[in-house]
Ligand binder design. Structure first.
Ligand code: SF4
Length: 345
């Protein structure tokens, strides 16, 4: 692959950033000037460190408490897991009846179309997802497409993963062309963190694919902290918007990262400024190894009230909880009253 050049300076493309991503504690320690002892090799064995250079550039050197670093750092705390934390907190396996497809909600279906990610987020609820079993052959893809074709109640396909944009453009085109030929499918939604961690992914070829796609398009980014948005991320969002795609963002409330109204308020403002709307902020799913990111419910409630008092309504993301086997996400406040009801009932 020939890197593009600008004034004789080589600019790596997104695949080079991906293949050059840091995956060893020693390399991370040296790159960011943090002590190797801050990185747990046990936690790293459990779930591999993986972070590309464009994301690392936004981390403050020598600061073990940097909010972006905390999202990728294998920590000793991961080895302590309360009993109510599991490897499949949303019981997704029961909806993964045919490989590559999760049909949980009535009118939308999720395709696991990216079998890995461009970054490994320590709190990810799919960190133990069996991606290897969901890496599909062409025949299996055709089976998943046939399922969508037969289920006429569906009107939206969600590409998720892993990260669907890790798939090359040719495969994305093949898959989405077939999806767009199913007459009851009106919308394509793409859940991705790639425009944030490697903004160079939003290149000419991807823009062409999105522009020509004959479906309504929604892209849901995943940004947790305002420091994740720099000029290159803003440009990527603007380019995506230029294809007629609605750009939304979802976050997870994470202790030590964004559990503070000022940070979340700054995030909403920065998202809007970049061209994306805040959509959801999730309560942490109880995935094994991530308990140290949990924010107590009372604190969450206070943060959210402050956020509502600070921001206009359209910049306040919905605070939601995913409850296994429920037909939709649950507003955090409703989940509290349900708990109270259960307690008294
Ligand atoms: S990019 Fe998304 S799916 Fe991948 S590890 Fe991070 S949160 Fe999980």
């Amino acid at each position: 692959m020939i890197p593009r050049t600008l004034d004789a300076v080589e600019i790596p493309d997104w695949k080079e950033h991906l293949s050059g991503a840091i995956s060893s504690p020693k390399a991370l320690s040296e790159r960011l000037g943090i002590p190797i002892t801050a990185i747990s090799s046990d936690a790293n064995k459990d779930f591999k460190l993986f972070a590309p250079e464009p994301y690392l550039q936004r981390i403050e050197k020598g600061n073990c408490n940097d909010p972006l670093l905390k999202q990728i750092l294998p920590q000793h705390a991961e080895m302590i897991s309360p009993t109510d934390y599991s490897s499949d907190p949303l019981s997704e396996e029961s909806y993964n009846t045919i490989p590559g497809l999760i049909h949980k909600y009535k009118n939308r279906v999720l395709l696991v179309s990216g079998a890995s990610c461009a970054i490994n987020c320590r709190y990810c609820f799919r960190r133990d997802f069996p991606y290897a079993e969901n890496r599909l052959s062409k025949e299996q893809w055709l089976k998943a497409l046939a399922y969508i074709d037969q289920h006429t109640e569906l009107n939206e396909v969600i590409l998720s993963g892993g990260d669907p944009l890790i798939t090359n453009d040719k495969q994305l085109q093949w898959l989405t062309q077939h999806i767009s030929e199913i007459s009851h499918i009106k919308r394509l939604r793409i859940h991705t963190r790639l425009p944030v961690v490697i903004p160079q992914r939003i290149d000419h070829s991807l823009i062409k694919w999105l522009t020509e796609l004959p479906l309504q398009k929604v892209m849901v980014l995943h940004i947790n902290h305002p420091n994740e948005i720099d000029a290159s991320v803003k440009k990527a969002i603007q380019d995506i918007k230029g294809t007629g795609t609605l750009v939304l963002n979802q976050s997870v409330m994470l202790a030590g990262v964004n559990d503070c109204a000022e940070i979340l308020s700054a995030l909403s403002e920065k998202l809007f400024n970049a061209g994306a709307l805040p959509y959801y902020i999730h309560k942490l799913d109880k995935i094994k190894g991530a308990a140290h990111f949990d924010v107590p419910e009372e604190k969450m409630q206070n943060i959210y009230s402050d956020l509502q008092a600070t921001l206009p309504g359209y910049l306040v993301p919905k605070l939601v909880v995913e409850i296994p086997h429920k037909a939709s996400k649950t507003l955090f406040t409703d989940s509290l009253s349900a708990n109270q009801f259960n307690e008294v009932g």
